[in-house]
Design a protein around this ligand. Sequence first.
Ligand code: ADP
Length: 221
Amino acid sequence: YAFSKGDSVVVIGLGRFGGSVARSLVHLGHDVMGIDRESDPVHAWADRLTHAVQADATNAMVLRQLGVADFAHAVVGIGTDVAASLMTLMALTELGIKDIWVKALTQEHGQIAQRIGAHHVVYPEADMGVRVANMVTGRLIDFIELDDGFALAKVHAPAATHNRKLEESEVRTKYGITVVGVKRTNTDFQHATPSTMVLPGDLLIVSGPTGQIQRFAGQVK
Ligand code: ADP
């Protein structure tokens, strides 16, 4: 297949996760080949991906025939069938793919995947659980833990910051967090500067240690 870009991606397993990855990659402008062993997902995705193929991805020879070796990146979205996920990963390493991402449902699955050559392992369900917990209990509207204990979050501007410039409310010294951006209703996010004025009802994008962000966000009212 003649793919135009070097950043082509093969997505294997067009379930909920793989389908979402494939769709987002297409929106980002990449060429995407989707592979699934069932015909239903292949038909469902056929006209939205650059190419959708029905094949058993555990077979390296089949993948080679499909031209998978030419792809820069691969995402293995098979989750439930751990054996199929790992065998597919092995087939991809055999083809010499340089950037392989594997979705894992359990730590065991992820650890084995790492051992046999996955370059990245993602745990969508466990990660979303952490995010939801922080949003439920911590008044965070959105939350991404970037590294252990360090996060980026969207929070309601706490009362302590209202009607002041950021340099006046001293959030960095008082709370140990950095305000990255500010959003007022009906306007786009603006990058924060020391002279940015915060009003009641504003949303803030902040970065810092997760606990400090929770403490900062808890200052509402
Ligand atoms: P999700 O929870 O994201 O829907 P699943 O593990 O339920 O993930 O589904 C993954 C997809 O992977 C299914 O559509 C399934 O048909 C496909 N799949 C499973 N094994 C293989 C395989 N060996 N080759 C290609 N596709 C596979």
